[in-house]
Design a protein. Structure first.
Length: 134
């Protein structure tokens, strides 16, 4: 075989590997019911249950934050985030969680919040929080 053919085959193999690894890392959107049925991480979109208590005590454990959320289908679930409570969390209009179900709780690895903008009524501020970025 020619050197150019071997190099071409290697480049194609690397490209296929990159495509497969990118696809394997991507998660899908779902609901809390979908999260109970699968063991893979997925995104759940919903709203904060403002009537329920937010559990965060930095003196006891600064890396434990729990709250209740309604997904887009109206199912309520307790969410546990192993990180600090995001600033202005109570003001969020919509929450996107990345994580998976552990027992009856949703263990979130990332929180993405859509908050009303302080300056413009028609614009929305988006803030992403993960335990490693805190």
């Amino acid at each position: 075989m020619k050197k150019s053919s071997i190099i071409g085959i290697i480049i194609i193999a690397i490209a296929i590997g990159v495509i497969i690894s990118t696809y394997a890392d991507s998660s899908t959107y779902g609901t809390f019911s979908d999260a109970q049925e699968t063991e893979t991480e997925l995104h759940v979109v919903g709203t904060l249950q403002k009537e329920k208590e937010l559990i965060y005590n930095p003196k006891k454990d600064a890396n434990y934050f729990a709250f209740y959320m309604l997904d887009n289908n109206g199912k309520e679930c307790k969410v546990v985030f192993r990180g600090t409570k995001p600033q202005d969390f109570e003001r969020s209009e919509q929450i996107v969680l990345t994580g998976k179900m552990v027992g009856s709780e949703f263990q979130a690895s990332k929180i993405l919040m859509k908050c009303p903008s302080k300056y413009n009524k028609d614009q929305v501020e988006i803030q992403e929080v993960s335990p490693t970025s805190v």
